[in-house]
Design a protein around this ligand. Structure first.
Ligand code: DC
Length: 226
């Protein structure tokens, strides 16, 4: 017997997936699983060990030495790599690009797949990523796909970063488009919208409007049939 729904939320970088997933998980009392953070932690570990993000044969033995887990820190979900909190170290543009690169290798994706599925065994969880509705939980109770124009996403990222002088919105937009292209065109588990997903374009929507729309779909799934 499961304790709640399995909800997947996929989409490109910067579409608002994390804030939406975090908010929904708190509201519903569900577990929030940020699968992107797992790829970021592996990219960070490789960087620290001097292992190339483009060399799956060198990444394979490294993976065996890593422990990745989530722990609550002041009410927030933090990722721990080999027992150390790396929640902020994984959020740099350098590691974003590394995460996109390591995530293209089958050996890395297979390594994480069992762990990701085990976190959903009891239900009551929201999984955020690129392939959570297509590969990780193809039978999820509710699949969401969140998108927004690359300009909107770059503008939001710029604000989130505190409008730094050394960066421009154009730079961020280019970085986002490069990563989208890599994530969508890779051979294994590319970013794509699951056929049976509810698609929400957040370009013209406020945060609370996005949440309201999703809660409507969740209600529909929780209501007993008949
Ligand atoms: O969601 P994010 O920006 O933290 O993800 C970082 C990278 O990890 C992203 O560019 C592609 C990869 N990723 C993936 O391949 N599959 C997932 N389910 C989640 C992330």
């Amino acid at each position: 017997m499961k304790d709640g729904l399995i909800i997947t939320l996929d989409g490109p970088a910067g579409a608002g997936k994390s804030s939406v997933s975090r908010h929904l998980a708190k509201h519903l009392g569900y577990t929030y699983v940020d699968t992107g953070a797992m790829y970021r932690a592996i990219a960070l570990a490789a960087d620290r060990a001097g292992v190339s993000w483009d060399a799956p044969e060198a990444l394979a033995p490294l993976l065996k030495t890593l422990t990745i887990e989530f722990r609550q820190v002041e009410g927030d979900n933090h990722i721990f790599l080999n027992g150390k909190d790396v929640a902020s170290s994984i959020r740099t543009p350098h590691i974003s690009s590394g995460a996109s690169k390591v995530s293209a290798h089958g050996v890395v994706r297979e390594h994480l797949l069992g762990f990701q599925r085990s976190l959903g065994e009891r239900g009551g969880a929201i999984f955020e990523g690129r392939d959570t509705g297509t590969v990780v939980f193809p039978k999820a109770d509710l699949k969401l796909y969140i998108d927004a124009s690359s300009r909107t996403r770059a503008e939001r990222r710029y604000k989130q970063l505190g409008e730094p002088e050394e960066l421009s919105i154009d730079d961020l937009q280019r970085e986002i488009e490069t990563r989208d292209e890599a994530d969508k065109s890779r051979k294994i588990a590319p970013l794509c919208c699951p056929e049976d997903a509810v698609v929400i374009d957040t370009s013209e929507l406020r945060f609370d409007e996005v949440i309201q729309e999703i809660l409507g779909h969740i209600q529909g799934k929780l209501q007993p049939v008949g």
